[in-house]
Design a protein around this ligand. Structure first.
Ligand code: ADP
Ligand code: ADP
Length: 232
């Protein structure tokens, strides 16, 4: 069963008299174990697609199924639960809370999931070990380098053992060497079974993944690689 499926997904933004059709019918199936990049020019709809797949926003048309379950009729509280249990999100700017420790940042999603303190701590340390940051548990985010911050953000995204990790330009704020190391981390986690969908501008990043979906003007222009199927 696919981890996530979008069917004829549409998103329209209306700002006063201005209407933007950001997505105009996007159908994507992501199977377990995939490592997929989404590419395309600025303004083509990549972030919109990621936000919809992550249940951070609702579509104007079409549907989204996560582990076979349609999100169409879910209320906000159900969507929030789905987000917390099934989706990990990694952002370009890390989005860590600067006032709390790395451990607390990473453990936060477990708090919302109702996991006990002792277990939160244990799972957060395990997640930090997986990203190579076990020696920075008690540091604050602003005491870490950009690459370390992104590792912490990745630990936070995987601590709930999500079905799907969504990453929106995860290397966009990093120098190329550090960005490459973060990509290798995604590849390692993917080899361990994590399903990853990543938006990138960088063609080198796209070349490192088995499947690449290119979006243009709110439509899929090409979908190349395993599970993607058809060559353009
Ligand atoms: P990308 O991530 O590929 O740069 P986006 O999904 O951010 O593309 O944007 C797709 C289109 O939707 C663009 O024309 C953008 O200006 C518009 N858009 C994105 N978010 C909003 C929003 N919140 N309100 C209005 N228009 C938006
Ligand atoms: P062990 O170290 O023995 O493998 P874990 O702490 O990994 O134990 O998991 C023990 C139990 O906690 C399992 O039943 C597992 O399903 C559950 N669990 C693991 N990760 C999480 C999580 N992120 N949120 C809630 N429960 C979890």
């Amino acid at each position: 069963e696919p981890v996530i499926r979008t069917v004829d997904l549409e998103k329209t933004y209306q700002m006063g008299a201005v209407r933007v059709d950001a997505l105009r019918g996007v159908s994507i199936t992501i199977n377990p174990g995939e490592l997929t990049t989404i590419m395309g020019p600025s303004g083509s709809g990549k972030s919109t697609l990621m936000h919809l797949m992550g249940c951070l926003d609702t579509p104007s048309g079409g549907s989204i199924l996560i582990d076979g379950e349609s999100t169409a009729r879910m209320r906000e509280s159900q969507l929030a639960r789905m987000r917390n249990r099934k989706i990990g999100f990694v952002f370009q700017q890390f989005n860590l809370l600067n006032r709390t420790s790395i451990l607390e940042n990473v453990a936060a999603p477990l708090l919302y999931a109702g996991v006990s303190l002792a277990k939160r701590k244990k799972l957060a340390v395990q997640a930090l070990e997986r990203v190579g940051l076990a020696d920075r548990v008690h540091h604050k985010p602003n005491e870490l380098s950009g690459g370390q911050k992104q590792r912490a953000a990745i630990a936070r995204a995987i601590v709930t053992q999500p079905s799907l990790l969504l990453a929106d330009e995860p290397t966009g704020a990093l120098d190329s060497k550090t960005g490459h190391q973060i990509l290798e981390l995604f590849q390692d986690l993917n080899r361990q079974g994590l399903t990853v969908v990543m938006v990138t501008h960088d063609p080198e990043v796209g070349a490192m993944t088995r499947r690449t979906i290119t979006i243009r003007d709110g439509l899929i222009e090409s979908d190349i690689g395993p599970a993607g199927g058809v060559q353009p």
